[in-house]
Design a protein around this ligand. Sequence first.
Ligand code: G3P
Ligand code: MG
Length: 248
Amino acid sequence: MTVQSSIGPARHEVQAHRGASAIAPENTIAAFRAAAEAGAKWVELDVALSADGTLVVIHDDSVDRTSSGTGSLGDLTAAQISGFDGGAWFDARFTGERIPTLAETIAALGELGLSANVEIKQHKHHKSLDQLVHTVQADIGRRSAKTDIMISSFDPEALKAMHQLEPGLEMAMLWGRPPEDWAEQLAAIPATTIHMHFKALSIGMLEETTRRGIKVRAWTCNDPVQLVSFWGAGLTGVITDDPKVFLG
Ligand code: G3P
Ligand code: MG
């Protein structure tokens, strides 16, 4: 069903999870284009380093699930990753899509007029946090004036390091269920945004985050009915595989 704006998120608070991953292969340019076509202003995407230090847009630490190739990111160069088909696994219509680099994606987002929540994945093959965050900084530094960037991560150290480099960017701490001391952990980054699993939302917590000026977005929710009771309590936004169900 579609939820009207009075009981739903603001249009710019609907983030397409891995692009519009319900209708196109996740974390591909096709998925970002589909998000724009659905009316989304923001996409969420996952980034990790290849063996030769290029940031690629992919959720897993291997290409096995989302491409025609096999192997771990830590054993594959960006050129090898780019050579795999990243679309046919989802649907034959998407044959020819590739696993994009972050740099290619930033360029495409500018053309599509989209902004991005860049989720920094921390994988075992990543050897240096410094390399990881400096590479993110270099890639997002080439964004178009039309593209806003925010950073999210399950790794507070990645957020701390990114905040040092880019203190003007919104940092979102990712938790399935926030810990008891969420306020202290956010302050240590520092961050003022929580991205949490929608099933862990509570009215009481949202009242507390609202009181403290903390934003909360919920992932990964594809059914607006699940969130209806939370918007009035201060839920800020939603990260969804299917943005059109929230955008109408
Ligand atoms: O940003 C929310 C969500 O993407 C976090 O989980 O595993 O889908 O990257 P995951
Ligand atoms: Mg993600």
